[in-house]
Write a protein that binds this ligand. Structure first.
Ligand code: ZN
Length: 183
């Protein structure tokens, strides 16, 4: 168990799709520990396995505030089974240090996954809360999708990326966000 190096935007593995976990083995539990330790070390809200170079469908999230106790959440083989609404907010990523841009996401999601013991659970996150956004952001990492692919304004995103010496948005990878505010 250790704090791992976080892959940075531009590194190829971040764009590769991740594979399902077949068994929540001891090795997977160690991966979960590494993800949590690395996420906390980087003060992130979430971290996905491909970001530490492991292309498996695992991510962790902790949306607790500074004055609250830690609340680590583990998602193995997650699937977003319901989504609705739309919301825009600034987003960043540990693989893009200090670069933030507006991203459109679903306001409400329901996700099904396995916990760190391999037990299935279903979780709902609503009203555009940080958890709803984090689930979509981390889940995207498992398919090689990055938050800038959802940017509201590509030119603004490019400007921010350039300021941090990062490559520009790839227009071919842009994803149309959720359309409306409908429920
Ligand atoms: Zn990220």
């Amino acid at each position: 168990m250790a704090v791992k190096r976080v892959l940075q935007y531009g590194e190829k593995s971040l764009r590769e799709p991740s594979k399902e976990v077949h068994k929540v083995s001891k090795k997977i539990q160690e991966l979960v520990q590494d993800l949590l330790e690395t996420m906390y070390a980087k003060n992130g809200v979430g971290l996905a396995a491909p970001q530490i170079g492991v292309n498996l469908r695992v991510f962790v999230i902790d949306v607790s505030k500074n004055d609250e106790p830690l609340n680590p959440m583990v998602f193995i083989n997650p699937k977003i089974i319901k989504k609705s609404g739309a919301t825009v907010a600034q987003e960043g990523c540990i693989s893009f240090p200090e670069a933030y841009t507006d991203v459109k996401r679903y306001a409400n999601v329901m996700v099904k996954a396995l916990d760190k013991h391999g037990r299935p659970f279903v979780l709902e996150a609503k009203n555009g809360e940080l958890l709803a956004r984090a689930i979509q952001h981390e889940n995207d990492h498992l398919d090689g999708i990055l938050f800038i692919d959802h940017c509201v304004n590509r030119f603004e995103a490019d400007k921010v990326l350039a300021e941090h010496n990062l490559p520009p948005v790839d227009p071919d990878l842009l994803i149309e966000g959720p359309e409306s505010e409908d429920k």
